[in-house]
Design a protein around this ligand. Structure first.
Ligand SMILES: Nc1ncnc2c1ncn2[C@@H]1O[C@H](COP(=O)(O)OP(=O)(O)OP(=O)(O)O)[C@@H](O)[C@H]1O
Ligand SMILES: [Mg+2]
Length: 290
């Protein structure tokens, strides 16, 4: 079988190809499924219904329908330029800052249209926080990086406690507790990224959007962040954009595969990485393109 699909050669699907074995993906998802079986009853906290996102005339995301279940990690994978960041940024309206973007279809957060008249974008971003590809701490102290958002939002609780809790949840407290007044810029890249996660957590969000949060980190720092993501889902819903198949296999419960702006397939990560339905998914996860 060699049908042309979107410029790629579709291949016969096998339960698990030699390449997938070589990448160790099946072993990773099996280990993960055994350690933490995904909850089957999770309700979607975010739902896209035939969502199209345009830059001017160009539709970077086309007719995507996708559920993000609560308190799970959903990975969004796909080749460069397929619309992963565009889709992620729509979820807390960060695309509003980019000129000439428009949205059609619906994107719901807790059943309410994110782009409808009811949502204040600032409040939405408090509930749906974001961590970027490159750690971007403010040029301020470690303490102020975490305290700043709650402070300007009129937080009335005990600020030092909130900072400590947030740093603990981001698995950074032990490393920084004696130097909270030092500049955040003096931290290592991996520590800075955990600080950015602490900063997002301090706003007490419900959802954390992460756009390739490990792409500028070394393997040890990456492992730290991956462990952290695994722990965060006890309390938060995480949507993780990643180029790294092993990372998606290690940390996500569900995986969505985007290609040229379209959602090709979404499902439990263990199934997506062993027996995907679509030959294009199989091609991508086994490294035939992208
Ligand atoms: N500000 C913009 N203006 C116009 N087009 C854009 C803009 N940002 C992204 N695009 C286009 O939209 C498409 C999707 O881009 P996006 O950044 O969402 O892809 P991606 O999957 O995140 O890619 P990568 O893996 O390289 O980060 C691409 O064709 C890109 O060129
Ligand atoms: Mg991107």
């Amino acid at each position: 079988m060699a049908a042309k699909t979107h410029g790629m050669v579709a291949v016969r699907r096998t339960p698990e190809t030699a390449q997938a074995q070589a990448l160790g993906l099946a072993a990773l998802v099996q280990a993960r499924a055994a350690a933490a079986p995904a909850s089957v009853s999770a309700e979607p906290v975010i739902r896209a219904e035939r969502l199209t996102i345009r830059y001017g005339e160009f539709a970077a995301v086309r007719e995507v329908s996708l559920d993000i279940p609560t308190k799970q990690v959903t990975a969004i994978i796909g080749p460069s330029g397929c619309g992963k960041s565009t889709l992620l940024r729509a979820m807390n309206r960060m695309n509003d800052f980019i000129e000439r973007t428009s949205v059609s279809g619906r994107l719901l957060y807790q059943g309410r249209d994110i782009y409808g008249p009811g949502w204040d974008a600032v409040e939405l971003r408090r509930r749906i926080g974001m961590v970027f590809q490159r750690p971007n701490p403010f040029p301020k102290s470690i303490f102020k990086n975490v305290a700043w958002g709650p402070m300007i939002n009129g937080y009335r609780g005990h600020l030092a406690e909130l900072v400590e809790q947030s740093l603990r949840k981001a698995a950074l407290w032990e490393e920084v507790k004696d130097k909270l007044n030092q500049s955040a810029l003096a931290l290592s890249g991996g520590q800075q990224q955990r600080l950015c996660i602490a900063r997002a957590i301090a706003m007490q969000p419900e959802v954390l959007l992460m756009d390739e949060p490990c792409s500028s980190l070394d393997p040890i720092a990456t492992r730290h962040i991956e462990d952290l993501i695994d722990q965060l889902k006890a309390q938060y819903t995480v949507v993780l954009v990643t180029h790294n198949m092993q990372q998606a296999a290690r940390v996500s419960d569900r995986t969505a595969f985007l290609y040229m702006g379209e959602l090709v397939e979404v499902g439990d990560t263990s199934r997506m990485f062993t027996t995907p339905d679509n030959p294009r998914t199989q091609d991508y996860i086994t490294g035939r393109f992208g």
